[in-house]
Write a protein that binds this ligand. Sequence first.
Ligand SMILES: [Mg+2]
Length: 183
Amino acid sequence: MFDAAIAKRIRLIGFDVDGVLTENDVWIGGVSDHREEFKRFDIQDGFGIRLLRDSAITVAWVTGRVSPSTLLRAGELKVPHVVTVNANNKVPAFGALLSELKIGWDEVAFVGDDIPDMPVMQRVALPIAVANARDEVKAVAKYVTEARGGHGAVRETIDRLLKSRGEFDAAVAKFFAGGETPT
Ligand SMILES: [Mg+2]
């Protein structure tokens, strides 16, 4: 479980994409100038994000790598905020989103796996590293998931966050009461 007081404060959870929502692989193929890219996303992770849709916690994906696959998956899951960072440091773009939403760094959880995630993780209330994160990233995390990125780390984080807030059962009940299909 997370610290209940910190968990209850969280209003936004940010996820890095490659290595967190995926297992870190990008499949690249194509013919001459036609390029295609594939990523594999975990369906149970997707259901976790679906559960958050009706909660008080909003979701942001924060990526340094523009990718149609990422945008397609984010669209399917109706992820409300996708931040594409065109710089080495994710802090300014992510910070701008927080300002826009009037959410403080102390009301944010962030899940990362690699060096570019560290400046954000060092600012948020609940920094989380996935099992496959680099050692430096694990060192700045308050929690390290048992599951690997692309293999349930996101779902593990969301379940734990909702359970630490005492909101998991209500989120599941809300899902069954609704008519929407999970993606
Ligand atoms: Mg990453």
